[in-house]
Design a protein around this ligand. Structure first.
Ligand code: ADP
Ligand code: MG
Length: 323
């Protein structure tokens, strides 16, 4: 079991940012309204994710670290209509296989919390403890028992910047959740969780971007797009300022980027890559998200329809400004 978990970990856990991604997505799934991520040395020596979500009952704690023990899939069909972020049920087992994990968790309705320690897939402690409502995961010494993987890690600064990018996108896609990121004891990000995407944009990108936003609101054939577009003066030399979320997930998609840039290009000759941050909501059947374990690239079954819709939404957003 431990060997299988180590191999599985290779697919899910590439670097500290993968750990943060899985743990923060679990916190979101747990209904947290505030999530704090603290790291040291780029996460390589220490990552701590604290949430105020539903917590885990003592009897469920060990189960959560078993592969495919997820409660989020009930049938094979669910795999294709999944709306929650996690769906593979192998994140915790994979993380625990290649690091030293300490978990403290308490559901609101319980009197006591639980402390659980698991290192390299081996359970070390399971005991009652006093704890606040919610869950704290402490992950130490990532890849301590897989030196080949550890060797492939980049500098702490680079690993930290991957985590920072990830949390930035999560904060943008969930304005209703307060995100805090503390890197080597310094707070790098702290969003309010007041639900306003514009406030998050202001917090992350500053006034220049936030004061020149055009709202995007578009709906057609059950596909809805909502968010913001930077005015043509807000443009960058690459796609780093293109943030879009499909059914709540940050993704990359050549079709979406092309549609945005084409819509923009026909309006503003001198700029190629706009700032955008928007959500696209569509039937899960139209999306094929499971093309890679890290779920970043996605495909659409109706490419042309999606392209046209995003292109049109961008054109309309820009047009409103002219009027
Ligand atoms: P998945 O998210 O795919 O179900 P994971 O391995 O990521 O699989 O998590 C296993 C289970 O542990 C989750 O299904 C959930 O029940 C529980 N869990 C993990 N993290 C949290 C958390 N922060 N708060 C509450 N429950 C959690
Ligand atoms: Mg998960």
């Amino acid at each position: 079991q431990i060997t299988i978990d180590k191999i599985a970990a290779g697919e899910v856990i590439e670097r500290p940012a993968s750990v943060v991604k899985e743990l923060v997505e679990n916190a979101i799934d747990a209904g947290a309204t505030a999530i704090v991520t603290e790291i040291e040395d780029g996460g390589i020596t220490m990552m701590r994710i604290t949430d105020n979500g539903c917590g885990i009952e003592k009897t469920e704690v060990a189960n959560a670290f078993l592969r495919h023990s997820t409660s989020k899939i009930r049938s094979a069909e669910d795999l294709f209509r999944i709306s929650s972020l996690g769906f593979r049920g192998e994140a915790l087992s994979s993380i625990a296989a290649v690091s030293q994990v300490e978990l403290i968790t308490k559901p609101r309705e319980e009197l006591f919390g639980t402390r659980y320690v698991i290192e390299g897939g081996k359970e070390k402690a399971l005991e009652d403890t006093g704890a606040p409502d919610g869950t704290t995961f402490m992950v130490r010494q990532l890849f301590y028992n897989t030196p080949a993987r550890r060797k492939f890690l980049k500098t702490p600064m680079t690993e930290a910047s991957h985590i920072s990018d990830l949390l930035t996108r999560l904060a943008l896609s969930h304005p209703e959740i307060s995100f805090q990121f503390i890197n080597n004891r310094q707070t790098k990000l702290h969003t309010s969780g007041n639900g306003n995407m514009k406030d998050v944009i202001y917090h992350i990108y500053g006034r220049e971007v936030a004061n020149h936003l055009l709202p995007l609101d578009f709906e057609k054939n059950g596909v809805r797009l909502s968010g913001f577009l930077g005015e043509p003066l807000i443009s960058r030399g690459n796609r780093n300022f293109e943030n879009y979320f499909v059914n709540g997930r940050y993704v990359k998609s050549n079709i979406l980027s092309k549609a945005i840039e084409d819509g923009y290009k026909d309006f503003s000759m001198q700029h190629k890559y706009p700032f955008v941050a928007f959500h696209l909501f569509l039937e899960q059947e139209k999306v094929d998200i499971n093309v890679h374990p890290t779920k970043m690239e996605l495909r659409f079954s109706a490419q042309q329809e999606i392209y046209n819709l995003v292109y049109q939404a961008v054109r309309e957003g820009l047009h409103e400004k002219e009027l």
